[in-house]
Design a protein around this ligand. Sequence first.
Ligand SMILES: [Zn+2]
Length: 587
Amino acid sequence: MNPIFAFVSCRFGVILFLGCLLSTGCSRPDTSDASEYAEFVFTNGSIYTGDSSKPWVSSIGISGGKLLYVGDEIGLRKVVASETQRYDLQGNVVLPGLHDQHVHALWGGLVYSGADRTKCVIPQGLAVDNFLELLQTCVSKATKSEWITGGQWDVLALGVNPHRELLDKISTDVPILLDDTSGHGAWVNSLALKMAGVDSETLAPSGGGVIERDASGEPTGVLWETAIDLVRNKIPLTSDNILRESLIWSLNEMLSHGITSFTEASNGFVAGSLKEAQLYSELAGEGVLKQRARLCLNWNWYSRDGTNLSVIENRKQYIGGRLNLDCVKIYLDGVPTEAHTAAMLEPYARTHKGSNEQTDSGSLVLEQSETNQAVIKFDKEDLSVKFHAAGDAAVRSGLDALEAAYKQNGSPSLRHSIGHSGFIDKTDLPRAYKLNATFEMSPYLWTPSPIANELAREVGAERAERAWPVRDAIDAKALVVAGSDWAVVPSVNPWIGIETLVTREQVGGSEKSFGKSQAISVLEAINLFTVNAAKHMNKEDRLGRIAEGMLADLIVIDRNPLDIPASEIHKIQVILTMIEGEVVYQK
Ligand SMILES: [Zn+2]
């Protein structure tokens, strides 16, 4: 049961008891047909409906968790009874609740909640001296048997090539594993390599694994993709309490940014598929999970406990409350950074470090026939497939597999998505519409993340200019949604994503832009997070817009994104987040 929220807003100058609206103990309007009256109304606001025929209204009425009325104040009168509670928006803006279609909520919580004492949080973009200084502080607090994990580093910001010897200077007694900014690379010290038994003889594992080596064949301590697992498997498991505390922190963090619905893009890689599914299920059962959450279950990526397939098989037993497990994650490639693990149609602009090839174009993790077979199977089982597809060859491979499934099974009952869609060949753009597929974009990745700089260096300026081709995709009638990819990026704040979709510049505006030709309008950007996301989830009749009969998932924000310079959108603050008529966050 929701506690009574005594809502006192200096800004609004009104006092309301919103919590009452949400609990069964509320008294309904004294009328013979209570269902025709709102328990609660918002008035005097700028309410964005998402409906192109009438995009803005001033008031709404809510009853039973649904929108009973949407329109002007005159019409509102017919749903107001003596006991209806009023909330004067005083001109503030209401939007449909936001959907983050690609987030790693548990990972974000582990990195940023502070629940895990051994996590060494190092801000992205630090040069090597500052980086090692912070690492030193973390290591000095560790006990001898403890591992230090955390991050995140990137080669450009470090200014030197990461090497185990740099970490050995910090400690040879404490094993260290630090993630890079993409989440696809790790930097470890000599002790960690030794504990994992990785030496000059060790072969890189299949599935895109790379063990970087120096001229003499010794591992440098930099590992990519599946090669990380060789060391990661040796790290002691995080306790259930820390996992739980981290995820709850993460859920609240997302609510504070207006995220009412999210997709956990990779269930399993933090603590194992089974453990993560059980944790979500537990929180959903207790009502702690307020958001609508979809888990995309790892199929061919890392799971600590090796339970990927059994969790997919038994997924229905974890579904409940607002939790759904109707999505499977298939990794097609890696990242277009220095690792060159993203599969590109054309070779990278730079020679891969440690590679003898003059040019390489990355490679797919799976044979096309394997991908096709898996997608045909999952599609038939009414699972939504989310690909990890960063390079344009991976995007094409994903579309090819969706086409194979379409031919065999007909139109999908649940939409599938091409996750990241960093590069899309122009000839592939119209295929998404034809296949009822969705392009999921990562607007937080081009700024403020250092990944963008590294990416531009590796693929060359021309291709970087068309990275994440949001404009082209929308113009090709594709359904486009957005995801933060937190904790790959340092913040889950969706207003950063909305701003950078519009500006294609650094957060706050900058001379330098990233793919300016792919910029979209503010309303288009908001639609990615609302109506498009709902459509992707097959929930467009209940979510994503503010319309009569829809669920009351909405947010109140402190300024109108259309009335401020686009470079200030990231400053927008959420005043209130509501899910199905329940106030789940208030500033
Ligand atoms: Zn991701």
